[in-house]
Design a protein around this ligand. Sequence first.
Ligand SMILES: Nc1nc2c(ncn2[C@@H]2O[C@H](COP(=O)(O)OP(=O)(O)O)[C@@H](O)[C@H]2O)c(=O)[nH]1
Ligand SMILES: [Mg+2]
Length: 286
Amino acid sequence: MVWKTVSAPAPSLLLLIPAYNEEQRIGPVLERYATQLPAGHPGPLRIVVVLNGCRDNTLGVVRAAEARHRCIEHLEFPAPIGKGGALIEGLKLAPTADLIAYVDADGATPPDALLDLVQRASTPGGADAVIGSRWLEGAEITHAQPGKRRFASRLFHLFVEGFFWMGIRDTQCGAKVMRRPAIEAIHSHLRLADLAFDVNLLYSLKRAGFTIQEIPTRWHDQTGSHVVFNFRTSLNMLLSLVRLRLLYSPFYPWLGPLRPLEKWLYLKLNAPPPLSRTEADRNGSR
Ligand SMILES: Nc1nc2c(ncn2[C@@H]2O[C@H](COP(=O)(O)OP(=O)(O)O)[C@@H](O)[C@H]2O)c(=O)[nH]1
Ligand SMILES: [Mg+2]
């Protein structure tokens, strides 16, 4: 008798790319992902760019890429929903794929570095989320972030550790891959629309008992960052961490009357206001 090995079909991959005013950077990045990812990932691939309120021609550049590559598509929202808001919307597509990843639109994560994360997330018995880290030994940084940003990043890390004790060295790296059941289970806990979204995602996964593997990645920082490190953005990030901490505290239900003040403060800081439970439900979160 001849035994045939029946191997499981390769998992399908949904790659989300949040994009805000990226007409200068996103074109070649989409080209590289659309051509190089299929070479290293045998399963079905869908790349979804999530735009909102772009004031440049990002949409035109994305449409041109869509015309060249069937795996590329986009979602567009007129409201200023932020990077986190864009990812919360994009993650609603999670039920359509086995693995859900996201990367920045500027190409700081090369396709082979993303493939490394995807392969680890596809390994049976592996972690539910595999995230790239620029701060673990073995990371290859070919072009580092400016010194001021690195300082801000380490300061932010201290706050994240102090508040959440996750033991994750780099919560903010733009490259992450998660398994579908993990995203489906925690989607309704995603509330932070700004750049602290990553902490929201990771803490929700941990709280729900999912495993996270942080691995050293390759990173080539790009010029043209939208992130301005100043008092306003720092206060915004701190506010979001406090909010997330309170969300998981027994006092949260008592803080309802403060919500208009919170919204006002975010608007003053020019940051996308976080979603409340009812808003998350109304937007179709599970
Ligand atoms: N949809 C959307 N994407 C955003 C927004 N702000 C930033 N992004 C995206 O988030 C990613 C990270 O931004 P980037 O400027 O590269 O930040 P940095 O690398 O951390 O300095 C990029 O893909 C941006 O286009 C936003 O308000 N909406
Ligand atoms: Mg960047």
